[in-house]
Design a binder for this molecule. Sequence first.
Ligand code: RTP
Length: 171
Amino acid sequence: GSPACPEVEQSYIMIKPDGVQRGLVGEIISRFEKKGFSLKGLKLFRCPKDLAQEHYKDLKDKPFFPTLIDYITSGPVVCMVCILFTATYFVILSCKAWEGAGVVASARKLIGATNPLQAEPGTIRGDLAVQTGRNVVHGSDSPDNGKREIALWFKEGELCQWESVQTPWLV
Ligand code: RTP
């Protein structure tokens, strides 16, 4: 596309080590797929300590920070990039962009409140978890953080550009 094309909103979603250990990977990915999000990146990954610290750097002064880093690095995580395929043609700009506005906020809704005991039934944490310190999944809290986190967790060449076969009015 041309440089004038709008940027695509993307969310960084991560199944935490407890989700992998408990065999919930398929179930959790399925929630995002069924909602209508599309995967642009996906990998199983053992997170080094410095990456976990960088990812959660806004929380570095919290008392639970060391425990959080131990938790995130305790086993493999599943890293995902989710987008919304909504084909929008910009005829004047003569480019086609994938408009993903809302994917970040919507993914947070699917995930539910940080404390799983307060998360609504129907959300991932509400249905699958009971402890804040073992809340199975992460989702970016803003489009800017989405961008930052995707750049942290994925290398260039690991993300896939593809088009949904669904007709636009179905998604
Ligand atoms: P996340 O970043 O993992 O998606 O979670 P979040 O936005 O819902 O919550 P946040 O406040 O950013 O906290 C990040 C993660 O730290 C752990 N935590 N433990 N022991 C505690 O009081 C406590 N508070 C937060 C959780 O794993 C939380 O998801």
